[in-house]
Structures are given as C-alpha cells and as structure tokens.
Design a protein around this ligand. Structure first.
Ligand SMILES: [Zn+2]
Length: 294
C-alpha cells in the first residue's frame, strides 16, 4: 500500500468496513482540497477489489490488482472546465451496471463531485437509490453544500481533517521538496496548497531569470540573483529553479539556432556545484561572472 500520511481515524474506519465485510455502496469523502482524499479513495478501492485483501491493503499479485487502473472495474471521473455533465453521469451509471470482469467489486469514483450540475446529480440519484450489489461509489468533495440533500442522505459521509504541520512537512520531504516555515503556514492544512505555493514561485522566478539571461540583461539578472539569495524559500529551492531555467533554455535551443550553448553549460555547472553543497551565494556569483564573459 502507498504510504498515506495522516487521516488515522478515517483509515481505521475504512479498514473496519473491509475486515467486517460491510463495505458500503456509496461514500462521500469530505474535506479540504489537497489533503489526500483521492489517494485514500484509490487505495480503499484497490483493497476492496483485491481478491486476497482482508484489510486496507492489497496483494498487488491478483488479477484485480494487476488490472486495477486499466481495467473496467475501477473508474474515476473528473470535471471538465469545472462541470460534470448529465451525459457523463448517465454513461458512468450504465457502465456501473455491467457486471465486474476481473474483481469481486466495482468501485467508481467521482472527483470534485460538487461540479455535477443539478441534472447530473439527479441522474446519479437513480443509481444511489438502487445500486448493484457489487458496486461502491465514492464521491469526493471539498464543497458538500453544493450537493443535493437527496444525494447526501444516501451516502456514508467520511470527514477528513486538515493535515497537521508535521504531516505536511513529511509529505513534502517524501517528495523531495524543500520547505520553509512560511510555506507550511501558508498551506493551512493542505499539502497540495504547500506544493502549489512552492512550485508557482519557482516557475515564475525561473521564467523571469531565463528570459533575462537569454536577453543578456545582466543588471536585472543580478537583481534576481540578489532576490533569490535574500529569500529563504527561493534559496533553498535554487537547484529546482536552475533546473527549470535549463528546461526553458532547451526549448529556446530547439527554436533558435543562434542560441548560445554556453548559457546551458554554465548553468549546468552552477547546478552541479550546488548539488555538491557549494555555497549558493558563491555559485550564483560565479555564474554571473561567467555569463558576463560571453
Ligand atoms: Zn490483489
């Protein structure tokens, strides 16, 4: 099983339903975005579908486990442009009524379920009223107020708590992402929010930096480097920033034959120095000197 950080209470609750063979036909996973609801829904689905599983775990060695994501017994639907239309729900329901092919159960998930419009929710209601015996439907939402009461009265609601700061730190570290206390504060209980926060900043500054380097605007390049040196979060993610700069260089290299390859060489040298634990300020200063030379 994939390691899921946090949500002890929910995991215990789901585990019990598998152990006692009392798996429900419809669940509503409720909680803030980016805390692991979908991940846990998938793990739960795989466990209830596995031929050998007796708890919230699976064998990874049976027909059902082998075909889990590619087979027809498991499905996730997502909104397109924030809407899940009635036709999609009708297709979803007709597929659900076909007997499982490889697994003992069929598990269908609707992510961001609040994006179903009223018609779509009414179409789903029909299947929630009389679901096939082998079926489990999991609705995932951060906004349950937008779901019809008639839907909410037919599902088992599972409430997910915010992640603690320590849990978010653990998730980020597991993904090799550097964080600062500011990131954790901003995340307010959501690992996805923390990741977006780090990655958005990295993307913006990398794009600016690459453009300035390509234009040889050394005054502004220097200013950006100083900005990075002074910002703890950016500085701790300097390797990721320079890697992104390199990606932008390679795109330019493909489209522009006059692109100076030395920019790539020198940036790569700086990345290697930083990876070998060189002082970041010195590595950036030396990159600045090198690129001014040509
Ligand atoms: Zn299995």
């Amino acid at each position: 099983m994939v390691e899921i950080i946090g949500h002890k209470k929910v995991k215990k609750q789901l585990e019990k339903t598998i152990e006692t063979n009392s798996i429900g036909h419809a669940y509503l996973f409720v909680g803030k975005n980016g805390i692991g609801k979908k991940l846990l829904a998938k793990e739960f689905a795989k466990s209830v579908m596995c031929e050998n599983s007796k708890n919230l775990d699976y064998c990874d060695n049976c027909d059902s486990c082998f075909t889990f994501e590619s087979g027809s017994d498991f499905k996730i639907i997502y909104p397109t442009k924030n809407v899940i239309k009635v036709d999609e729900i009708r297709d979803f329901c007709s597929e659900l009524f076909l007997l499982p092919t490889k697994s003992k159960r069929k598990v269908f998930i609707i992510d961001d379920a609040e994006c179903m419009n009223e018609q779509a929710q009414n179409a789903l209601l029909k299947v929630l009223e009389e679901p096939p015996l082998y079926a489990t439907i999991i609705l995932i939402t951060a906004n349950k107020e937008k779901l019809l009461n008639t839907i909410k009265s037919r599902v088992i609601e599972i409430q997910f708590d915010f992640l603690t700061d320590d849990e978010i730190k653990k998730i980020l570290s597991m993904q090799g992402v550097e964080w600062t206390e500011d990131t954790i504060k901003y995340a307010s209980g959501s690992a996805k929010k923390a990741l977006d926060f780090i990655q958005d900043d990295i993307f913006d500054i990398s794009k600016d930096l690459a453009e300035l380097l390509i234009k040889r605007n050394f005054l502004l390049v220097n200013r950006k480097f100083e900005e990075i040196k002074a910002d703890k979060k950016l500085k701790s993610n300097i390797s990721a920033i320079l890697e992104k700069v390199m990606q932008i260089f390679f795109i330019n290299l493909k489209n522009d034959i006059s692109f100076d390859y030395k920019l790539i060489e020198k940036t790569e040298e700086a990345i290697q120095k930083i990876k070998r634990n060189a002082n970041v300020d010195l590595a950036l200063d030396s990159l600045m000197i090198e690129v001014c030379k040509f």
